[in-house]
Design a protein around this ligand. Structure first.
Ligand SMILES: [Zn+2]
Length: 82
């Protein structure tokens, strides 16, 4: 999966950022505000996919899972002596 920065329109790496306000209190009740966004590491702007669509959290999580799986396959191949 390729990520494109919506600001400079270059290929970029992405990072998961929590832009929520964190812990807060509302009428005596403690809450934590969490708002995860996928941002480009170059401009900290929204990340797009190759088609120019915003990367959703679900898509990013899938991508992360894929990366893990690929790494496992690499290690497996290495151990076989390939
Ligand atoms: Zn950028």
């Amino acid at each position: 999966m390729n990520f494109i920065c919506s600001h400079c329109l270059q290929h970029c790496t992405s990072k998961k950022v929590d832009i929520g306000i964190g812990p807060y209190e509302f009428w005596g009740q403690r809450c934590i505000d969490s708002h995860i966004k996928i941002l480009s590491s170059c401009c900290e702007a929204d990340c797009l996919d190759e088609l120019g669509c915003l990367i959703t959290i679900a898509e990013y999580n899938n991508y992360e899972e894929d990366q893990k799986t690929e790494r496992l396959i690499d290690i497996h191949n290495y151990e076989k002596g390939g």
